[in-house]
Design a protein around this ligand. Structure first.
Ligand code: GLA
Length: 386
């Protein structure tokens, strides 16, 4: 095989935000906004990339990728750093590619919108390499490599939500995933539902750039680490175990069990616990066919992200507030890492109306001085060849 084309989607996270790195649960889905990545074998010993968004990269010789000096790639400076990071992690696993490559990326997935464009690129590229060079990596192994590439070489301490969903998503289904066992099951989406995304165009990044200003996502991970230490020292428990101990069988929560004296860490713990309980409740409602009850939990999830986890910003609070008040909307919240990015809106297909939501958003844009964009979305299959 000399060339290959991969379709790698973005993702939405329906519920279970900021809990992948405490290893509880989410319900998420791949979406019909994607990166198409073409890989062509060429003569020579370098790789060159073309993106319809970022243009042409220089020719990058493999010896410069595999040299020990490489260091951390500044992704803001080099968009193609995402591809290089995959080569670097593969090398640590004893896999080197030394065949010349031309890579082309065509995308309708907005970047910096909290829809996982970077994970989509990394995983899609790795998936293509796996096929083209018959690397025999399992699907799960690929999700782990793509996550490690972000963590280690793109300076982003993300969990595995994005990579996992992009790999295992399935059209017309939601993915209920357990981060501890790294297993999932599918829940059929009830017929009459329509998803929308508002890309606020307020760029979010979860990576810490060298010398850059303090990054909110990185700070949340540091707080999570402190909480983990505290629970381990005082109670010999993992964070997941402590969270699960606080969830009753009717999904109410009881936070009195543990003495967490730092008020900020207590707020973070409350978010981890209530959000995990909401995911379990969401699945239970959905499986009983209680769509309205299930999606109403998104409003609660947002409140928790905003008040207890403090990852929202005033502009996002306002857009969520306004859309949540519309009678056509049965669920609405910010998704992804936070501090900007995208908002998910769910409505019954029979009453949801793109034009109506769009003109409502136009008005908000002009009063708030924003240039947010509305997308109508469908769930989609995970990464695959086309
Ligand atoms: C980003 C990260 C994910 C996850 C979400 C928050 O999208 O990449 O790993 O932590 O934020 O749920």
């Amino acid at each position: 095989m000399e060339s290959i084309c991969v379709r790698s989607p973005g993702r939405i996270n329906v519920i279970g935000e900021h809990v992948d790195y405490i290893e509880t649960f989410s319900v998420a889905s791949a979406i019909d906004l994607y990166n198409d990545i073409i890989l062509i074998k060429t003569a020579g010993d370098s790789i060159s990339l073309y993106s319809d968004r970022f243009g042409l990269s220089p020719d990058i010789p493999y010896r410069s990728i595999y040299s020990k000096k490489g260091g951390i790639i500044d992704f803001q400076k080099f968009w193609y750093g995402y591809f290089i990071s995959i080569f670097k992690v593969l090398k640590e696993d004893g896999i080197t590619i030394d065949c010349g490559l031309e890579v082309k990326i065509v995308s309708n997935l907005p970047d910096g919108a909290g829809l996982s464009s970077s994970a989509s690129i990394e995983l899609g590229f790795l998936y293509g390499l796996n096929e083209l060079f018959n690397l025999k990596l399992s699907d799960l192994k690929m999700t782990q490599i793509a996550k490690l590439a972000e963590n280690k070489y793109m300076n982003s301490p993300c969990g595995i939500l994005d990579q996992y969903t992009i790999m295992f998503g399935r059209k017309n289904s939601l993915l209920f995933l357990d981060y501890q066992s790294l297993r999932h099951r599918y829940i059929k989406i009830p017929g009459d539902l329509q998803f929308y995304i508002i890309d606020s165009k307020i760029k979010h990044s979860i990576a810490q750039t060298p010398g850059g200003k303090e990054n909110g996502y990185v700070k949340r991970i540091e707080q999570k680490n402190r909480l983990e230490q505290l629970l381990k020292q005082r109670y010999k428990l993992t964070l997941r175990a402590a969270v699960m101990n606080c969830i009753n069988s009717d999904f109410t929560i009881d936070l009195q069990k543990y003495d967490i004296d730092d008020p900020t860490l207590m707020k973070r713990f409350r978010h981890f616990t209530s959000e995990t309980a909401r995911v379990l409740m969401f699945v239970s409602y959905l499986e009983q066919g209680d769509i309205n009850e299930a999606f109403a939990l998104l409003f609660e999830s947002f409140k928790s992200l905003s008040v207890d986890y403090e990852v929202s910003i005033p502009e996002i609070d306002k857009i969520v507030d306004k859309f949540s008040a519309l009678p056509q909307v049965i669920g609405c919240r910010m998704i992804g890492g936070g501090f900007g990015g995208s908002i998910l809106i769910v409505s019954p297909a029979s009453t949801g109306d793109f034009d109506l939501f769009n003109s409502y958003l136009d008005k908000l844009n002009s009063t708030m001085g924003l240039s947010a964009i509305l997308y109508s979305l469908k769930t989609a299959d995970g990464v695959h060849l086309i």
